[in-house]
Design a protein around this ligand. Structure first.
Ligand code: GRF
Length: 205
């Protein structure tokens, strides 16, 4: 049986979920994607999941627009538990998760953020980096804590910001690194290599 039993939450294209599914398929990552949930009914992530035969469904998060709370949070936890998930992967999930989910999966909720945190939390981080005049940008995979994009960092990868970059070209370069970073972080988690030292995550192995 796979070491990690993943539940993936997304809102969009699902390219990060795809990179994880590919890493599992190639034998690089000892995990199984048990369930994919999306808060957007026609999100491409659901189509990708179906194509791979992964159980998936739309999670209605109304009345909240930007967070996962209340009845929707309860339903989410129930579905993840029922599917046998032990680790929750936020992959382009455009909502703030609340303590209910975090306490149901303690230190087992991961997120990917398209900046070198703690710089540029929040939305459109690649555009913020470009507008700020950064010479490097990147991606962070981190454990989720009660703050927004504040949890302990597992993996970061950098990309250069080029003179002629647009928000789109920079985001595309960051996404290439995302698709390496998420499988890498999960591989280290699956291998039991991650240790917590305060808020520092160290790798042993
Ligand atoms: C990624 O850029 C990720 O860093 C951010 O949302 C985007 C999701 O892309 N949190 P995808 O749906 O995985 O293609």
């Amino acid at each position: 049986m796979a070491t990690l039993k993943l539940g993936v939450l997304g809102s969009g294209s699902g390219s990060n979920m795809q990179s994880i599914v590919d890493a599992v398929g190639s034998g690089e990552l000892d995990a199984e994607v048990k369930l994919v949930l999306a808060d957007v009914p026609d999100a491409r992530i659901l189509e990708r999941a179906r194509r791979h035969g992964i159980p998936c469904r739309y999670l209605d998060c109304a009345p909240w627009k930007t967070k996962l709370e209340g009845r929707a949070e309860e339903e989410c936890i129930r579905l993840l538990k029922e599917a046998g998930c032990d680790t929750v992967v936020l992959a382009g999930f455009m909502r703030i998760v609340k303590p209910g989910l975090l306490s149901a999966f303690p230190m087992r909720v991961l997120n990917i953020h398209p900046s070198l945190l703690p710089a540029f939390p929040g939305v459109h981080s690649w555009k913020q980096a470009l507008d700020y005049g950064c010479k490097v940008a990147g991606v962070t995979v981190h454990f989720v804590d009660a703050g927004t994009d504040t949890g302990p960092i597992i993996v970061q990868r950098c990309v250069p910001v080029l003179e002629d970059d647009t928000p789109e070209t920079l985001h595309a370069r960051i996404q290439e690194q995302e698709h390496i970073a998420y499988p890498e972080a999960l591989r280290r988690l699956a291998a039991g290599e991650l240790r917590m030292d305060g808020r520092r995550v160290t790798v042993q192995g």
